[in-house]
Write a protein that binds this ligand. Structure first.
Ligand code: HEC
Length: 177
């Protein structure tokens, strides 16, 4: 019996050289495989870093940062007493807060915001923190559910407006301690 590597089931191994075109494709692939990463990482702007920063740029143009902090030195609400801010704040409250704090802020599932009792502090800075960051379940005192954060949905300016409206209605909200 002849060498099974040379012949099997009547099929013969030819020992022919590989076709020239095949060798060129093979060699070409190796050269391409070396040059392409060098080009990609060193010279092209197709890398993920560039792509990522382009995407971030596009996103920030579409959704500008709402937290353009307009702050006061002592943490008091810079929009206190500002009539325009109070009016806008009332509108925002009607949209974002009434579901839980009631149409006039007298409380529903969320606590009454028009009385003298404060579970989480009554200064501008504390209210700002509570509304921006929310009150996670672990810190709730009523156990009726958490207070959601509003830093993404409203942002600092609108939150200050809402708090200016609240402060105009409830004198228990103090600018500072
Ligand atoms: C999904 C319901 C919900 C929404 C919407 C909501 N709140 Fe609340 N809020 C709560 C709950 C519940 C608490 C009390 C958490 C606890 O048990 O301590 C609370 C607490 C607060 C407190 C602290 C009160 C205190 O006594 O210290 C403030 C201030 C407040 N909310 C303001 C707002 C404002 C302003 C908005 C709108 C921008 C708003 N909330 C929207 C549910 C909500």
């Amino acid at each position: 019996m002849s060498d099974p590597n040379k012949e099997f089931d009547g099929i013969k191994q030819g020992e022919n050289p590989l076709p020239a075109w095949w060798k060129w494709v093979f060699l070409g692939s190796i050269i391409f495989g070396i040059l392409y990463p060098i080009y990609f990482h060193g010279f092209s702007d197709w890398g993920t870093t560039e792509y990522y920063s382009a995407q971030v740029k596009e996103y920030t143009e579409l959704f500008p940062n709402k937290n353009v902090a307009i702050q006061s030195q002592d943490g008091s609400n810079p929009m206190r007493g500002n009539a325009n801010a109070i009016a806008s704040g009332q509108t925002t409250f009607q949209t974002y807060c009434v579901a839980c704090h009631g149409p006039t802020g007298e409380g529903l599932v969320g606590p009454n915001l028009m009385d003298k009792e404060w579970l989480h502090g009554n200064t501008d800075a504390q209210l700002y923190e509570n509304v921006m960051k929310g009150i996670p379940f672990e810190r709730t005192k009523l156990g009726r559910g958490p207070m959601p954060p509003h830093e993404m949905s409203l942002g600092s300016e609108k939150v200050y407006q809402v708090l200016a409206w609240l402060a105009s209605r409830n004198l228990e909200i103090k600018p500072t301690k």
